[in-house]
Design a protein around this ligand. Structure first.
Ligand SMILES: C[S@@+](CC[C@H](N)C(=O)[O-])C[C@H]1O[C@@H](n2cnc3c(N)ncnc32)[C@H](O)[C@@H]1O
Length: 261
């Protein structure tokens, strides 16, 4: 199945190249979950336990509300308009002053109707060529499948280092998809910076579980992770506002040799 979110840096296209490389494991952990495209696209029954984690509390609240309070979430949407004014009214709200359900609704609305699914400073997206991405009549149908898929998934809200400390075991598999090198602040200020690549590398050198890290192909990253297995894969994305797809290389960095299934 697909994720229910279009997300900046989401791996909707790359997932099919990564999934065959996932080794046997008991516990599956997405450390930087975002829209968790890999979780939604992979088979559920290949993992005994599944955990998704992200530092963004709006996002994690959305996952928890879709998992535990779907009916309330849907009910809220029955009275929500798709309009520029409503978008900026939501944007002005302070997430900490809202209930969990309101907070989840706000984040989902801004992500669905914002230009290029930007997390920081979203702006209302309108085009003469496509319908709005939020179709209130289809929300219930779309989210019911997600609600069922999340039923046995643990949802964590921690910074990445704590996730490794807590869940590392020989039969744990970590999928690691941090912000791109050069785009460290795209998901918020002060949550991930350039030095974190080195911290991440040091953690990865010491874990007993297996991992795949996906990242943009830049010399600094190749150099930093040179002790690991590095594969190059081609992917594409549409630059915001452009119709044409751009082809780029990404790196998959691993601490094992994959046997592709
Ligand atoms: C590239 S996106 C992940 C995209 C995801 N793989 C997908 O398919 O949608 C990176 C995510 O890392 C999260 N993040 C940034 N810093 C973090 C940190 N210190 N600990 C945990 N998550 C973090 C961001 O909130 C963002 O959702």
């Amino acid at each position: 199945m697909n994720s229910f979110l279009a997300y900046m840096g989401g791996k909707s296209l790359l997932a099919r190249k990564i999934i065959p490389k996932i080794p046997e494991h008991k516990c599956y952990v997405e450390v930087f979950a975002g829209a968790a495209w890999l979780l939604f696209k992979k088979e559920e029954n290949v993992s005994d336990v599944e955990i998704i984690n992200d530092i963004n509390l709006d996002l994690i609240t959305l996952y928890r509300v879709v998992k535990h309070h779907l009916e309330e979430f849907i009910r809220y949407f029955k009275w929500v308009l798709v309009s520029r004014d409503e978008f900026y009214r939501f944007r002005k709200e302070v997430p900490e002053s809202l209930t969990d359900i309101q907070r989840a609704v706000r984040f989902y609305y801004l992500l669905k109707l914002g230009y290029a699914a930007r997390i920081k400073d979203p702006s209302f997206s309108i085009a003469t060529t496509s319908k709005p991405r939020l179709n209130l009549l289809r929300t219930e149908e779309e989210l019911s499948a997600v609600h069922l898929r999340l039923a046995r998934v643990y949802i964590e809200h921690r910074s990445y280092a704590e996730v490794f400390a807590r869940f590392d075991k020989p039969d744990t598999f970590f999928y690691i998809d941090p912000p791109y090198y050069g785009c460290e602040d795209y998901y918020g200020e002060g949550i991930f910076d350039r030095d974190d690549f080195m911290k991440l590398r040091d953690i990865l050198a010491s874990i007993s579980g297996k991992f795949i890290l996906s990242i943009n192909d830049v010399d600094h990253i190749r150099d930093l992770f040179r002790g690991f297995r590095i594969e190059t894969v081609e992917t594409s994305y549409s630059a915001a506002g452009a119709n044409k797809k751009k082809h780029v290389n990404e790196l998959l960095i691993m601490n094992y040799e994959p046997v592709e299934s």
